[in-house]
Write a protein that binds this ligand. Structure first.
Ligand code: CR1
Length: 799
């Protein structure tokens, strides 16, 4: 949009008066932030309204991304950037003595997601809007987002994230579009007089679902899509019999809290309730909108909408959509089923078996009696249909209902026309191993969509220094199309460019060093290698492998304080699920090792270890641009894709990583010599599984370095881990090292040495860094979302 400084200042000052009864001089930072946001909202609202009208008039097909998590982070700068007014607003505010960056920093992160899965959803919504693809989000407006992590005495402590305390300037509450969602009670079927069986209900619990719309503003275009988040409330006309405290509490709880774990499942009823809540509310709204806009029979709905099931949490879309078509529109079963399969598509995000959702039949039956009947009927008809075609074995292994449980992934695959993984390796594993039986039955449904990132946030917003250098070197076309970064390759031997790229990174390191000084009280040397591992804490991600290597370096120094070594700062950021005991023990160990190393005089500044509290999207925006090295060291086959790996690459960090997830594709495009690869391949891992011949204890016995490092966990060398140390030690020895940490240790050390050697050669390192930036284009989520739009949803870009 076009905006002059004069206009903005006028709008801003007026807003301070009309909305906050104050002025530039007297306004506090919260008021300033609220007034700026409110003015920005007015700017995009017009575009939003027009785009909605355009969509309604053209009646083009739209896609809906159903996800129980989103992780947008802060929105102010991203909205400014996308509206094309970031510089104008920054300068205007600066004229008034206000620092935009300081104001932006106090906006709370919108953190209604756990990690990669939620962040991917937000990258997709950003990219869809920015490429003109009509894709809308549908989720839950949790009053409390992902917990805030505090480190107390080295331990993780969880504090509530009440992110809505000061209001949310971006959302619009649409009370007029509220719908009801029903739970429990009894259901029975009665002939409606025409021979059709219709459901009748008694004693159902009613919950009001109120939508809050948050705009997804496209980058310098006229598209504004919607992220609809549902809040649970008590219906205003509620029958007095239901108005008891327990019911009120439960209803409020429904949208109160994000489930703080994306990898373990402990069968909480509330979670199942949340899943049905946003699925039912979302589908009702989508279908209501379809009815209002299109004067065609609902049997044509697959030409107008696509519903995406993001991981299994929204898999109830399948039976709920069937319920609406069959019970409410009276469509005959077979026809309804064909429509449902056409409308639905599903993404799998992990092969970890503990994350595969299964719900006890009893629970589904009691909470969702009609949905339960529908699931049974889907399962019954499919079994009858397939038995003669594929045989009992395949039918059984792929059934939705078995062993007293409802298998949600099976429901999602069977009820949709597309199942995709999130990186080549992961999609292959789905076809060849994890979902092989499904692949035999429905080969045409399986496909791969390698993840991507909203590159504008991770470069233009998070790394203005680098962006500036890129503009000066290759022009600005890369800001619209990340593939244009390829132009940078021509400068691979240009010393001046290499220097400026490294200088930008150095400035970011200074910024991070300052943050670390302020928050951790640790002084780090900005000349050191900034070696970063930021992601959820999980055994399969192997933060522990990183830790063992740190201990190795520490002992090298202790043995020989004069040793030559490129100084290193190891930086961790990681939240552990509150109930994941082992992960929390690792956090404690990292913090105690950090204390030990950082305060050891022999070490001086050769080695520093920093655990950064409360890793989240906005902290990532400070850390990643300052990194030299990104650690992507999961056991091959376990990390479905990873997305921070792409963010590091975009910011010029080199990856040290295993052949896992999207690392493989990153290595392919970064080119030889520009990354550090180590460790078992997925085939080798599966070979061990087949043979059952991995023996971690042997490695402990036979490798003196490993022996010494592991002993440090139990012999008092590392202080204050008398409970956690033995736990870690046992996990690696007695319990045979589930994720092959010890098996990969030597090769990891080797790769780390290669890395150090390259870093000593400043020019060669800078070239490798440049090559990473130049070849990152593939990992823009603009590319990913276009593939979803073309291959799965068949929705089209606005021209
Ligand atoms: C995967 O672990 C992937 C993201 C987004 C995660 C990670 O490798 O990048 O999804 N899976 O696709 C997940 O959270 C519940 O599963």
């Amino acid at each position: 949009m076009k905006l002059t400084k004069k206009q903005f200042k006028q709008d801003f000052e007026k807003r301070l008066t009309t909305k906050f009864a104050t002025d530039v001089e007297k306004a506090g930072p919260q008021e300033t932030l609220a007034a700026v946001s409110s003015v920005i909202k007015a700017y995009y609202s017009k575009i939003w309204q027009e785009d909605n009208e355009y969509k309604d008039e053209t009646k083009k097909k739209q896609a809906y991304y159903f996800s129980i998590e989103f992780l947008p982070g802060k929105m102010l700068k991203s909205n400014l950037l996308n509206l094309g007014i970031l510089d104008t607003v920054r300068e205007s505010l600066s004229d008034l003595g206000i620092d935009l960056d300081a104001i932006a920093q106090i906006e709370p992160d919108m953190a209604i997601g756990n990690g990669g899965l939620g962040r991917l959803g937000s990258c997709f919504l950003d990219s869809a809007a920015s490429t003109g693809i009509p894709l809308n989000g549908n989720g839950i407006r949790y009053s409390y987002g992902l917990f805030k992590q505090k480190i107390v005495d080295g331990y993780q402590v969880e504090l509530p994230d009440s992110w809505l305390d000061n209001g949310n300037p971006w959302e619009i509450r649409r009370a007029d579009k509220a719908v009801e969602v029903h739970f429990g009670g009894e259901v029975w079927l009665e002939d409606d007089g025409t021979g059709r069986l219709m459901p009748h209900y008694r004693n159902q619990e009613r919950v009001l679902a109120v939508p809050y719309d948050t705009p997804m503003v496209g980058f310098e275009n006229t598209t504004v899509n919607n992220m609809c988040l549902w809040r649970s409330e008590v219906p205003k006309d509620l029958d007095l019999r239901f108005q008891n405290l327990e019911y009120m509490r439960q209803t409020a709880m429904l949208s109160a809290e994000l489930y703080p774990d994306d990898s373990n499942y402990d069968g909480r009823l509330l979670r199942l309730k949340q899943e049905y809540f946003f699925v039912s509310a979302g589908l009702q709204r989508v279908i209501n909108h379809f009815k209002n806009i299109n004067k065609v029979p609902v049997t044509h709905i697959a030409d107008f909408i696509s519903i995406h099931i993001n991981d299994t949490h929204p898999a109830l879309c399948v039976p709920e959509f069937m319920r609406i078509l069959v019970d409410e529109f009276g469509i005959e079963w077979e026809r309804a089923w064909n429509i449902t399969v056409k409308v639905m598509s599903y993404t799998n995000h992990t092969i970890l078996s503990e994350a595969l959702e299964k719900w006890p039949e009893e629970m589904v039956k009691n909470l969702l009696p009609r949905i339960y009947q529908i699931i049974l009927e889907i399962d019954r008809r499919r079994t009858a249909d397939l038995l003669p075609k594929v045989g009992a074995k395949l039918v059984h292994s792929t059934r939705i209902v078995k062993d007293g449980q409802i298998h949600m992934a099976n429901l999602a695959i069977i009820g949709s026309h597309s199942t995709n993984g999130v990186a080549k390796l992961h999609s292959d594993l789905l076809k060849d191993v994890e979902l092989h039986d499904f692949y035999l039955i429905y080969p045409e449904r399986f496909n791969n969509k390698t993840n991507g990132i909203a590159d504008r946030r991770w470069s233009q917003i998070a790394n203005e220094r680098l962006s500036g250098v890129l503009d000066e070197t290759i022009g600005k076309s890369w800001r619209h199309n990340l593939n244009e970064l390829k132009l940078l390759e021509a400068y691979k031997n240009d010393e001046n460019t290499l220097e400026r790229l490294q200088a930008a990174n150095f400035d970011n390191k200074l910024r991070l060093a300052e943050y670390i000084q302020e928050h951790n009280g640790i002084t780090v040397n900005p000349e050191a290698i900034f070696d970063v591992q930021v992601k959820r804490l999980h055994a399969y991600k192997r933060q522990l492998l990183n830790v063992l290597h740190i201990l190795k370096l520490y002992f090298d120094i202790k043995d020989n304080p004069e040793i030559e070594m490129v100084p290193r700062v190891f930086i961790f950021g990681a939240k552990a699920a509150p109930g994941y005991h082992y992960a929390k023990s690792i956090i404690k160990c990292i913090n105690e090792i950090a204390n030990m190393v950082n305060n050891d005089k022999d070490v001086a500044d050769k080695l520093k270890v920093v655990f950064m509290e409360n890793y989240n999207v906005s902290l990532a925006e400070i850390i990643i641009p300052a990194a030299n090295v990104g650690e992507q060291i999961s056991l091959a086959s376990k990390e479905a894709s990873g997305t921070s790996n792409m963010k590091f690459m975009l910011n010029g960090a080199l990856t040290i990583g295993t052949l896992d997830g999207a690392n493989i594709e990153i290595f392919e495009v970064a080119g030889k010599g520009n990354y550090f690869k180590f460790g078992l391949t997925k085939d080798e891992v599966y070979e061990y599984y087949r043979n059952g011949n991995y023996n971690a204890h042997d490695i402990y016995e036979q490798n003196p370095i490993v022996h010494r490092i592991l002993d440090a966990f139990i012999d008092g060398t590392i202080p204050n881990i008398s409970a956690e140390g033995p736990e870690v030690f046992d996990s690696l020895t007695t319990y045979n090292d589930e994720y092959f940490v010890l098996r990969d240790f030597n090769d990891y050390v080797r790769a780390q040495k290669d890395l150090e050697r390259l870093y000593k050669n400043k020019n060669a390192w800078a070239q490798a860094s440049l090559m990473n930036i130049a070849n990152v284009g593939k990992f823009s989520s603009d590319r990913t979302i276009k593939e979803y739009a073309d291959d799965i949803w068949h929705v089209h870009e606005k021209k």
